[in-house]
Design a protein around this ligand. Structure first.
Ligand code: TYM
Length: 322
């Protein structure tokens, strides 16, 4: 059996990018009889940016509810909150001490975020090492992630390989699974959809609020009557990742023909999201209002996950003679 592992931060509520880029493909992999999956909510990573504990807990619950709403089987797989298994922090310390400073200083994500964020803390810097511990601490074979995580996975492999080289075979060296065909889902402003850019679409919002978000997608000021270029428009690029081939080509023709406004396209996108995710929206609300069930499922997963990382840590301490 191969172990598939992935995590999602709870620095905001889960968005369409996380769902199409991570949750749906990861759950598909978890359904394969050859695989068992470890899926978790990276709430320690989220603390790098979210300092309000109440907000962090709310986001963590919403992220957990999203995994369950999309059909994660928590009997077969292991589902947990990163912070409930603090052994990962001990492992991070050992790995910090064998990770070269320039590797972290040159990471794209660190460079990018340290320019944009007001709070550039040490956690942001060692973020990739905690991520490596998340992965090699649980003996993951495969890690499905979006393209934006590629470099973090390369660092994880480098860290695992150099530890194994220095102390003898200790860690499984994981393989990333990055589907290059799965595009980076664009946000309401056309940039990559990201919690840190404030351009996300939260498909679990109540109808009215969701509609408001869809209506806020940035478009140019071409008049209704005029033909429009679908390939240069944000509404169409989001519609494209959700609709069927036929519907996509219908909307494409409407753009080119004119007399079709961006407001019309936004309304179609809104209705499509409601239709396509109707069951998941209902299931999400169920889990949000049944916190006890959510908590129970997570705690069961945390029991299972803890056993695995403790074994790995024993191995590491043994090698390091601590
Ligand atoms: P995070 O929380 O930023 O994103 C979670 C997953 O969603 C994917 N994703 C996207 N895919 C397509 N289009 C988008 N706009 C988009 N935005 C996000 C990401 O590629 C990712 O797969 N560091 C990780 C969390 C993490 C982790 C781990 C992942 C911590 N430890 C161990 C895997 C293994 C992160 O911040 O993802």
């Amino acid at each position: 059996m191969a172990r598939v592992l992935t995590g999602i931060q709870s620095s905001g509520r889960p968005h369409l990018g996380n769902i199409l880029g991570a949750i749906i493909p990861a759950i598909m992999l978890s359904k394969d009889v050859q695989n068992e999956a470890f899926f978790f909510i990276a709430d320690l990573h989220s603390f790098i940016t979210i300092k309000d504990p109440k907000q962090l807990i709310e986001n963590t619950k919403a992220t957990a509810a999203a995994w369950l709403a999309f059909g994660l089987d928590t009997q077969k797989n292991t589902f947990y909150r990163q912070s409930k298994i603090p052994e990962v922090c001990e492992l991070t310390w050992y790995l910090n001490c064998i990770t070269p400073f320039p590797m972290l200083a040159n990471a794209h994500s660190f460079k990018d975020k340290s320019e944009k964020l007001a709070d550039v803390n040490a956690g942001l810097f060692i973020y990739p090492v905690l991520m490596a511990s998340d992965i090699i601490g649980y003996n993951a074979d495969f890690v499905p992630v979006g393209k934006d995580q590629k470099q973090h996975l390369e660092m994880t492999r480098d860290i695992a390989i150099s530890f194994n080289h220095m102390y003898g075979n200790t860690f499984v060296v994981p393989e990333p699974i990055i589907d290059e065909r799965v595009m980076t889902i664009p946000g309401t402003d056309g940039q990559k959809m990201s919690k840190s850019y404030g351009n996300t679409i939260d498909i679990f919002l109540p109808d009215k609020k969701l509609r408001k978000v869809i209506m806020s997608i940035v478009t140019d000021s071409t008049r209704i009557e005029a033909p429009k270029n679908p390939d240069a428009d944000n509404v169409f690029s989001i519609y494209k990742v959700l609709a069927s081939e036929t519907k996509i080509s219908e909307m494409h023709s409407k753009y080119l023909a004119g007399n079709y406004g961006y407001g019309d396209a936004k309304q179609e996108l809104f209705e499509l999201i409601l239709r396509r995710f109707q069951n998941e929206r209902e299931a999400f609300n169920y889990y949000i209002s049944n916190q006890q069930e959510l908590e129970k499922r997570l705690q069961e997963g945390e029991e299972k996950a803890r056993v695995v990382i403790r074994e790995v840590l024993l191995r590491v301490r043994e090698k390091l003679k601590f």
